[in-house]
Design a protein around this ligand. Structure first.
Ligand SMILES: *Cc1c(COP(=O)(O)O)cnc(C)c1O
Length: 407
C-alpha cells in the first residue's frame, strides 16, 4: 500500500475546517483584534459585528432566535452547562434526570457527577437497533423529573432517535427536553423549536468549522428556560457563560453554519450514496459482516460495521498508514475499552471488538471509497487467513460451545 495516500474517514471525531471558513476567520486574528465586549471603540464594534453576524447565521441554520444562542468552548461545555445548569436552577422542582446509556461521555459523566451531588438519574436502554423505547421513557417520568436528555444522532453509529415523539412526551408532562445534537447539526435539518426541544448542544468542529467553539441553544419563550452559569465572571452571554468570546472561532462557526444550510442536502445525498456503496461492497464480498444500528433512522454519512472473528484494532493496523477510521469513539478509543454504545445494542464482546466506524465527510471522494473497499477486503481476508478461530468457524465448529482457556 502506498505511503502517500491518506484518506480521512473519521469525520465524526472531527471534520477538517472548510477552507472557506478559514478564509472568513483570518481577518479576525490581526486586522480586527478587538474584544467583542469593548463597547467604546471601533475595534470592539467590529469584533461585536462579526459575532452578531455569526450568531444570526447559526440561529438561521437551526431556526431559532439569535438571543437563544449561547457561545461556549464546544459541545462538552454546552452539555455540562445545560445539565448542571438545569439541575441547579430547577432543584426546587426535583432532582430526577432521564438520559440514555448510549449518550456521549460529556452527558454521561456529567450525570454521574450530579449523582454524587444528589441527583437521581435514569439511564434508558436501547434496543438492538440503538433506539430507545418511548413507553419506557414516559413510564420513567415522575413528578421529580426536571430534565430528559437524549442525543439527536449517535456519534458511533449515526442512529437517530425519535426526537419528535420524545418532544411530545416531554411537553405533555411539562419536563424540559435537552438534546446533544452535535452529530446532527449542519448535516441534516435540525429545528429544535418545532420539536419542543428546550436546550440543545452543538459544536463547530463537527460541521467543518474550527475546534474549540460551540453553542448551547436555550429556549427563551414558552417556556423561558434558564440555566445556572457554570463559569462566572463578567456576565457575557446573558449571564450564562462568562469569558471573552472567541471571536475568530465564532466567525468561523457562523460561516460553517451558512455553508451547511446551503450545502447539507447535496452533501447528504452524495455521501449517503458513497456510504451505501462502501457498506454494500463490504457486506457482499466479506462473510460474517454486519451493519450495527438501524439502517432506517440514521445519519447519511456514517456506517458502523462488525467483521466477525476479526479483531478491529489488528484490522485497522493493516491499513491505518493510509486510512483513518475508528473503533468506538475518539474519546473511548484512547482507553482501548470496548464500545459501550455497541455493548448497549446487545452485541457480544467479539462483535464489539470487531467493529469499525466509517464516517464520511464533505471532502470524501469516490476514489477514497474505492480505495477503502479494497483495503478492507484485503485486510479482513488477511486477518482471517491467520486466525485459528476463523478456521474453526469455517470447519463448522460452534464457537459458542468451545471452552476457552484464560491463558
Ligand atoms: C464530539 C462530540 C461531543 C464533544 O464536542 P466537543 O466540541 O469536542 O467538546 C459531544 N457530543 C457528541 C455527540 C459528539 O460527537
Amino acid at each position: 500500500m502506498s505511503k502517500e495516500r491518506l484518506i480521512y474517514l473519521d469525520n465524526n471525531a472531527t471534520t477538517p475546517t472548510d477552507p472557506r471558513v478559514v478564509e472568513t476567520m483570518l481577518p479576525f486574528f490581526h486586522e480586527i483584534p478587538g474584544n467583542a465586549a469593548s463597547r467604546n471603540h471601533p475595534f470592539g464594534w467590529s469584533a461585536a459585528e462579526g459575532v452578531d453576524y455569526a450568531r444570526d447565521q447559526i440561529a438561521d441554520l437551526i431556526q431559532v432566535d439569535n438571543k437563544e444562542i449561547i457561545f461556549t468552548s464546544g459541545a462538552t461545555e454546552s452539555n455540562n452547562l445545560a445539565i448542571k445548569g438545569v439541575f441547579e436552577m430547577y432543584g426546587r422542582k426535583g432532582n430526577h434526570i432521564i438520559t440514555v446509556t448510549t449518550e456521549h461521555k460529556a452527558v454521561l459523566d456529567t450525570c454521574q457527577n450530579l449523582e454524587r451531588r444528589g441527583a437521581e438519574v435514569t439511564y434508558l436502554n436501547v434496543n438492538e437497533h440503538g433506539l430507545i423505547n418511548l413507553e419506557e421513557l414516559e413510564a420513567a417520568i415522575t413528578d421529580k423529573t426536571i430534565l430528559v436528555s437524549v442525543m439527536w444522532a449517535n456519534n458511533e453509529t449515526g442512529v437517530i432517535q425519535p426526537m419528535k415523539e420524545i418532544g411530545e412526551i416531554c411537553n405533555k408532562h411539562g419536563v424540559l427536553f435537552m438534546s446533544d445534537a452535535t452529530q446532527a447539526v449542519g448535516k441534516i435539518p435540525v429545528h429544535p423549536k418545532e420539536l419542543g426541544i428546550h436546550l440543545m448542544s452543538f459544536t463547530a468542529h463537527k460541521m467543518y468549522g474550527p475546534k474549540g467553539v460551540g453553542a448551547l441553544f436555550v429556549n427563551r419563550k414558552n417556556p423561558r428556560v434558564k440555566v445556572t452559569a457554570q463559569i462566572d465572571g463578567g456576565g457575557h452571554e446573558r449571564g450564562m457563560r462568562s469569558g471573552t468570546l472567541n471571536v475568530p472561532g465564532i466567525v468561523g462557526f457562523g460561516k460553517a453554519a451558512e455553508l451547511a444550510k446551503k450545502e447539507m442536502a447535496a452533501d447528504a445525498e452524495r455521501l449517503s450514496k458513497l456510504r451505501d456503496k462502501l457498506e454494500k461492497a463490504l457486506c457482499e464480498t466479506l462473510e460474517e459482516t454486519k451493519v450495527n444500528g438501524t439502517t432506517e433512522y440514521r445519519m447519511p454519512h456514517v456506517t458502523n460495521i462488525s467483521f466477525k472473528h476479526v479483531e478491529g484494532e489488528g484490522l485497522m493496523m493493516t491499513f491505518n498508514q493510509n486510512i483513518a477510521v475508528s473503533s468506538g469513539s475518539a474519546c473511548t478509543s484512547a482507553s482501548l475499552e470496548p464500545s459501550y454504545v455497541l455493548v448497549a445494542h446487545g452485541l457480544g464482546d467479539d462483535e464489539v471488538h470487531s467493529s469499525i466506524r466509517f464516517s464520511l465527510g464533505r471532502f470524501t471522494t469516490e476514489e477514497d471509497i474505492d480505495f477503502t473497499i479494497e483495503a478492507l477486503q484485503k485486510g479482513v481476508n488477511h486477518m482471517r487467513d491467520l486466525s485459528p478461530i476463523w478456521e474453526m468457524f469455517k470447519e463448522g465448529v460452534d464457537l459458542n460451545t468451545v471452552e476457552w482457556s484464560e491463558h
